[in-house]
Design a protein around this ligand. Structure first.
Ligand SMILES: C[S@@+](CC[C@H](N)C(=O)[O-])C[C@H]1O[C@@H](n2cnc3c(N)ncnc32)[C@H](O)[C@@H]1O
Length: 266
């Protein structure tokens, strides 16, 4: 699957902010509970973006771990490095592309994570093989991503507003199938955990901000819906009308994130 994708800093940070403001549950606590990090671990986070998980691990372990974050996006890596300097954590942030051999030695990490990112890899078995290669024997990989029922309201509203079929998303269309199967084929054991987090919007504005950030960031995936800025604005107007109607009838908009956390052991 050829994926023409670049996350922009603003779109990613906007969505992270909306999750933390309107989500009833905290995905970071859920993740930290199930991954059970230990002090002294050598940890790698791939597709680290602006370093959200790296900073969370550092805080959880009071700095008693070696932590490396890798990503292909220079702008996001720059943000991570800047924050890292501010906090003086000593973590490392490196260039790493899912579609190339990782610039890392084999068998060196106790724990590796890839949060909301693996589905941007072009050749999933290749990338999973690279993730497996760099782990120590017995080391674990945690991956998170959207399950097929993720964000139902978001897709329902877009479908109603446009009358069009939603294009297959690289995440939810294959995370629980192709990606999970590739992990099972590569690792000795894979455990599946599910996290459900209703985002409750008492007004339309944050839902629209979320929708804008999602559609704008993934605009290549939505090319059958809009090409120009004008088309985009027209679609956003139609989406706003449908969202307002739903809010009026239901009193709130509830968009539930349904996330799979796969823990694979080498
Ligand atoms: C939704 S963001 C998640 C970032 C971070 N893990 C978080 O949860 O905040 C997806 C990340 O995947 C990264 N990504 C996309 N394609 C990639 C590739 N080919 N190699 C490495 N990272 C990639 C993006 O740059 C982005 O940082």
């Amino acid at each position: 699957m050829k994926i023409d994708y670049r996350e922009t800093t603003n779109d990613l940070l906007k969505r992270i902010d909306i999750h933390s403001q309107y989500g009833a549950k905290n995905i970071d606590s859920w993740m930290l509970d199930i991954i059970q990090l230990q002090k002294g671990m050598n940890i790698l986070d791939v597709g680290c973006g602006a370093g959200k998980q790296c900073f969370s691990y550092h805080q959880q372990l009071n700095g008693a771990a070696t932590i490396t974050g890798g990503d292909v996006n220079e702008e996001l890596l720059g943000q991570a490095k800047k924050e890292n300097e501010k906090r003086s954590t000593g973590m490392k942030f490196i260039d790493l592309d899912f579609n190339k051999t990782f610039p890392l030695e084999s068998d060196q990490y106790d724990f590796e994570s890839c949060c909301f990112a693996i589905y941007y890899a072009e050749d999933i078995p290749f990338t999973i093989q690279e993730m497996h290669r760099v782990l120590k024997p017995g080391g674990r990989l945690f991956s998170s991503g959207p399950m097929p029922t993720n964000k139902q309201l978001f897709y329902d509203i877009i479908r109603e507003a446009t009358g069009k079929t939603i294009p297959p998303m690289p995440g939810s269309s294959r995370y629980s199938t192709h990606i999970l199967d590739a992990m099972k084929a590569t690792f000795s054991k894979v455990d599946v955990h599910i996290f459900e987090n209703p985002l409750i919007f008492p007004e339309v504005e944050p839902f629209i901000a979320y929708t804008r950030a999602s559609l704008a960031e993934d605009r290549k995936l939505w090319s059958s819906f809009f090409q120009t800025k004008d088309d985009f604005e027209k679609i956003m107007t139609a989406i706003t009308t449908v969202a307002e109607k739903r809010l009026e009838s239901d009193g709130q908009l509830v968009m539930t994130k349904v996330v799979g956390g796969f823990i694979a052991t080498k």
